[in-house]
Design a binder for this molecule. Sequence first.
Ligand SMILES: Nc1ncnc2c1ncn2[C@@H]1O[C@H](COP(=O)(O)OP(=O)(O)OP(=O)(O)O)[C@@H](O)[C@H]1O
Ligand SMILES: [Mg+2]
Length: 349
Amino acid sequence: MSSIEAVSRQPTDSHPAPDTTNALLQVDGLSIDFATAHGWANVVNDVSFDIGQHEILGLVGESGSGKTVTGLSILGLVPMPPGRLAKGNVWFGQRDLLQLSERERRDIRGNDISMIFQEPMTSLNPAFTIGDQISETVRRHRGGSRHAARRRAIEVLDLVGIPKAEKRVNDYPHEFSGGMRQRAMIAMALSCEPKLLLADEPTTALDVTIQAQILELLASMRDEIGMSILMITHDLGVVAEICDRVVVMYAGEVVERAPAPALFETPTMPYTEGLLSAMPQLGPAHGKLASIPGHTPEPWNMPAGCRFHPRCPYGKPKCTERPIELRSTGPEQRSRCIRSEEIELRGIK
Ligand SMILES: Nc1ncnc2c1ncn2[C@@H]1O[C@H](COP(=O)(O)OP(=O)(O)OP(=O)(O)O)[C@@H](O)[C@H]1O
Ligand SMILES: [Mg+2]
């Protein structure tokens, strides 16, 4: 842990704290590298987005695009080494989360900001009951008696729809089904009423019915607790269900940012069009379900210019010449495609 602190305290660009009147959290120019056999590989590059109060923001992209690393870095949970913070700031109010001490960060974690991890079983300890684990979180952040913490554990298990919560609170993780474990994880994350929930693929491992229930639960928690959610997912179906705005990542970079309706109806980045046409429910009704040909590049072997150009059906030589900045393509919409004005992409009406 001390290595995380040591690295995160390396000098970074010292921007003044931004005006966060409307944003709850602002990620600003975040770049993370990992040490590999090929040297330092950049896996998150100059990523910027903000999350509004009570907003559900989707962070989408294929496997390996840097979603989890981005989410983990908000809470200072990227293992360093092998990782390093190359640059960037994560503003939460007037505080840069990347400059906190480990102790300050621990205070924020679970209290102001909670995370549901991609693999629920790795975050639940098989040796302790569900109730003990939730109570522990409550007592760590809120203090109070064991009895009060246990009452809170039952209350949140009930809130997330665990039947007979007063009884099931004594169960061990293996006594819960996959869907119930995911609910227990959410209960633990919500037990201190965080302002922000980072949910990393919270429904991926679940069957469709349970998935719908969990999404509904998360959306209702936003209203009930008044929190914001960063929903990390590779599934645009999940985004369509509950997200207000969307950030699309490709090969470590933000390639499109838009309100959800605009992203679906008028995408302005060919990669987004590819993701949309690969959606089973919403893809083209006629013809075969498309998948984006090719693979995401290895972090140590990124193509020059637009990182998507080797897979892009609209690629031109100018796409390869230099790095391309995010550009405005509509109200609140940004795209990294240099040809966004010349091409018409297919959305889903
Ligand atoms: N601890 C680590 N050491 C080295 N490389 C890592 C480490 N964690 C992540 N990476 C690399 O960083 C890149 C981004 O990984 P990340 O887990 O953020 O992707 P993701 O978008 O969450 O993918 P998925 O959809 O599969 O969860 C990948 O190339 C991955 O191999
Ligand atoms: Mg991930």
